[in-house]
Design a protein around this ligand. Structure first.
Ligand code: CP
Ligand code: NVA
Length: 306
């Protein structure tokens, strides 16, 4: 049994297996093919936080593959308060074939995996967001026809999204640069692991406080909200610190003319990204959002089939 908790747990070959599976399922689906490879399988979807994309794309993905999905809202389980995390994992394991979970604390994700008898898929924690990062690299691969040698620039908060994006980029041979305000970059152990990956493959990993430096000659410019779910109490402070990190038309001129813009969504338009960029010709935001469905079908197929 295999879980999908973190990009760092997988080799580049494993990651490419997921991506190739996703691509063949997407192509087959677009050609009108029937895909009952998860017939009679049921995915339990545990949410401690709100969601549009994760909830709907996982549910639709299971339906496309002939299975079913059950949404379990934040109030129902009250993970860790009404019932302990190990007990939730053990109980759900008796009902469903896989569990997709969105939690506040990454420790709870690891604990679910420790006690579950079925695969756990990480649908976001405070630490990382691997399904989104797989989607992003899938979208980049789809657009450029390659990943190796591209420069991916991330501008903004060194959050869960930045962690997973950096890791998948470096695992698959892309250069990565990140610009964040002082005190808001990636955690030191994440950066250290990143530098090790970069050194092994002779890739560039650069961190700075200067968004212009980060996006210089980039192929991909990525941003995410300044205040993530669970950090709402810090929102006023963050609104003071982050405005120089807005992805706007002027910043985008520093990237390659062929650069594309990604954002995991939901976007706070007018904060980390302007309407002009989000809706502009270089934006792949909605292709990226659709690809959550296809990328995750690849993950579901490899984890739950058989
Ligand atoms: N990108 C993403 O995970 O979106 P949701 O929070 O809507 O699921
Ligand atoms: N960093 C954001 C991503 C949302 C999909 C958050 O955690 O709220």
């Amino acid at each position: 049994m295999q879980h999908f908790l973190s990009i760092a747990d997988f080799s580049s070959d494993d990651l490419w297996n997921f991506l190739h599976k996703a691509k063949s399922l997407k192509d087959e689906f677009k050609a009108g093919g029937n895909q009952p490879i998860l017939k009679d399988k049921i995915l339990g979807m545990v949410f401690q936080k709100p969601s549009l994309r994760t909830r709907v794309s996982f549910e639709v993905g299971m339906l496309h593959l002939g299975g079913n999905a059950i949404y379990i809202s934040p109030n129902e389980i009250q993970l860790g308060s009404r019932e302990s995390v190990p007990d939730v994992a053990r109980v759900l394991s008796g009902y469903v074939d896989g569990i997709m979970a969105r939690v506040f604390s990454h420790e709870h994700m690891l604990e679910l995996a420790q006690y579950s008898e079925v695969p756990i898929i990480n649908g976001l924690s405070d630490y990382n967001h691997p399904c989104q990062a797989m989607t992003d690299i899938f979208t980049i691969w789809e657009h450029f026809g390659k990943v190796e040698g591209l420069k991916i620039a991330y501008v903004g908060d060194g959050n869960n999204m930045a962690n997973s994006l950096m890791t998948v980029a470096l695992k698959l041979g892309a250069h990565f640069s990140i610009a964040s305000p002082e005190g808001y970059t990636l955690p030191p152990e994440v950066l250290e692991a990143g530098h090790q990956l970069a050194a092994e493959q002779e890739l560039m990993l650069t961190e700075s406080e200067d968004p212009t430096e980060a996006v210089l000659d980039a192929d991909v410019v990525y941003t995410d909200v300044w205040t993530s779910m669970g950090q709402e109490a810090e929102s006023a402070r963050r609104l003071e610190v982050f405005p120089p990190y807005q992805v706007n038309s002027e910043l985008l001129t520093k990237a390659k003319p062929t650069a594309v813009v990604l954002h995991c969504l939901p976007a706070h338009r007018g904060e980390e990204i302007t309407d002009e960029v989000a809706d502009g010709p270089q934006s792949l935001l909605f292709q990226e959002a659709e690809n959550r469905l296809h990328a995750q079908k690849g993950i579901l197929a490899l984890l739950l089939a058989g």
